[in-house]
Design a protein around this ligand. Structure first.
Ligand SMILES: C[S@@+](CC[C@H](N)C(=O)[O-])C[C@H]1O[C@@H](n2cnc3c(N)ncnc32)[C@H](O)[C@@H]1O
Length: 236
């Protein structure tokens, strides 16, 4: 199946239906829990690099409704870490939803910061986080934006950067189409999700696009992780 480089997801259109978009953000946590595998990525890759001797910092780029940022915060806190998570998204609609979604979580001050921002703004501020992640963002980007987010991630990540996305397979279309049939028409999840699968990379395509120092890892049949480990700095 050829990659779709032309289709635009409805949620990326500034004039998409606001009610359907709101319901889409509200359904992200369910979809992410079912397909994205972040618990396992947290246990295998994120947790081992979190520092214990100071507040650990995690950045979620393109955080959408904020559910993965919140999950990472909760998991790290449950493991005894002092942690601060920052979620950024340039889309005002996503940012506004995330602010409301996180408000009901009853967090303490400084635990989760949500900003309407692109990664380049944080680079300009010379910010550094222990771990930088994204979920379902890479396939939204054109080649220049993809190169930009990877370069920004290297500058922003003190230890590790992980971008998780769909691994394009025909069977994913079948399974996702069947599983989300009950949601059809109630949100953009099904329509955009099927297009997301068509727009995403195979592991081989992703590996060919990644700059030196990154590697593409197939996590199960349907996920790809683009992973970068910061070089050990001398004197640390
Ligand atoms: C499909 S949503 C995924 C949201 C969330 N990460 C999740 O998995 O539920 C993709 C998000 O990426 C954001 N996005 C798109 N291009 C971006 C960019 N260049 N930098 C940061 N975020 C971007 C969009 O605003 C959108 O909210």
């Amino acid at each position: 199946m050829q990659r779709d480089t032309i289709g635009i997801e409805e949620m990326d259109r500034p004039d998409c239906d606001p009610v359907l978009l709101e319901r889409t953000y509200a359904q992200f946590p369910l979809v992410n829990r079912c397909v994205a595998g972040w618990r396992s990525v947290y246990l295998k890759l994120v947790r081992p690099v979190l520092p214990r001797n100071r507040t650990a910092t995690i950045l979620d780029i393109g955080c959408g409704g904020g559910d993965i940022a919140l999950a990472l915060l909760r998991w790290a806190q449950a493991d005894g870490y002092s942690v601060k998570v920052t979620g950024i998204d340039p889309d005002p609609r996503a940012h506004d939803f995330a602010i409301r979604a996180v408000a009901v979580a009853g967090l303490g001050p400084g635990e989760l910061e949500l900003r309407r921002a692109m990664s380049a703004e944080l680079v300009a501020e010379k910010q550094v986080f222990d771990v930088v992640i994204s979920n379902h963002v890479l396939h939204h980007l054109d080649p220049m934006q993809l190169a930009g987010i990877l370069a920004d991630s290297q500058l922003l990540a003190g230890s590790l950067a992980i971008h998780s996305d769909i691994n394009r397979r025909r069977s994913a279309l079948l399974f996702f189409g069947l599983a989300t049939a009950p949601l059809a028409g109630s949100s953009l999840i099904r329509r955009d999700g099927l297009l997301s699968i068509r727009r995403s990379y195979t592991t081989e395509e992703l590996a060919a696009l990644l700059p030196r120092g990154w590697h593409a890892h197939a996590a199960g049949l349907y996920r790809n992780l683009a992973i970068w480990h910061a070089p050990q700095r001398t004197g640390q």
